[in-house]
Design a protein around this ligand. Structure first.
Ligand code: DGL
Length: 271
């Protein structure tokens, strides 16, 4: 297939997640960079991705990215750690390189690791889906960077379904209980990394529970400024982007309560 993005500035920014959680990233990015056009695709039919096999994650993510490319996105952010862990590199090296060489797919794990390193953390606890934890992607990237941060990690598969159903208080309580057990197990930690885009909705409750320490790293507070720097450093990509401030949200399967939950995840406003 021939890539048709040939220099015209009509490309949108796409965001992919398994479900509604990635909307928090859309909201944060669109707030900081309001002029661009955004398309969100949530693969609610296959949620949760976090306990699927790598092959399944690859195939659903590829289909989601293709959907966003069909909707004229020239830059896609995989707003999902599970799909950023292993699938992202595979998509970049194969599908993207051969079929859409002019477009870009970015993930959320590398920017989060950069933020973790820059924060000066010494001992951190990563909460993420089963698949993200099993990939050891965070540990591998930290090691590659030469960082000596001690990273403890725990899979928290119970949280995504609760958040996706809008049960935020229940999810926050469960997260606090999990963190307590982990701190008893590993000793003191100075940072908690919310390594799943759904968990951004728990950051306020966790900050209320812990005060200033440990620091809570939440991806809705990381991805917007990382994307800004990426676009500053890549004018050849930025120049493709259209600027009509449109936002559209698409889901692979719909439920009557999704509109309400999506509005809550977006902070009370539908975009
Ligand atoms: N929001 C996704 C992530 O960041 C995962 C949700 C899921 O398990 O589908 O990993």
């Amino acid at each position: 297939m021939q890539d048709e993005m040939n220099g015209s500035n009509d490309g949108k920014i796409g965001l992919f997640d398994s479900g509604l959680g990635g909307l928090t990233i859309l909201k944060a990015v669109a707030k900081d960079l309001p002029l661009y056009d955004y398309v969100f695709f949530g693969d609610t039919e296959h949620l949760p991705l976090g306990d699927k096999t790598e092959e399944e994650i690859y195939s659903y993510t590829k289909a989601g990215v293709e959907e966003l490319f069909r909707r004229d996105c020239s830059l896609v952010i995989i707003a999902c750690n599970t799909a950023s862990a292993e699938t992202l590199r595979r998509l970049q090296d194969t599908f993207l390189a051969t079929e859409y060489p002019e477009r870009r797919i970015l993930g959320v794990i590398i920017p989060t690791i950069e933020e973790l390193i820059d924060s000066g953390a010494k001992s951190a606890l990563l909460l993420a889906t089963k698949r993200t934890i099993e990939s050891s992607k965070y540990e591998k990237e930290l090691e590659k960077s030469g960082s000596n941060i001690t990273l403890h990690s725990v899979a928290t598969p119970e949280l995504v379904p609760m958040i996706e159903e809008g049960k935020l208080d229940e999810a926050a309580e469960a997260a606090v209980a999990i963190i307590k057990v982990q701190i008893e197990r590993v000793g003191e930690i100075d940072t908690i990394v919310l390594g799943c885009t759904h968990y951004t909705k728990l950051k306020d409750a966790l900050r209320r529970a812990y005060g200033v320490a440990p620091t809570i790293l939440s991806q809705d507070e990381i991805i917007p400024h990382k994307l800004t720097s990426y676009l500053d450093n890549h004018p050849e990509i930025e120049s493709y982007l259209s600027r009509n401030s449109t936002r559209s949200i698409h889901l692979s399967s719909h439920r009557p309560d999704y509109d309400q939950i999506a509005a809550e995840l977006l902070g009370g406003v539908m975009m």
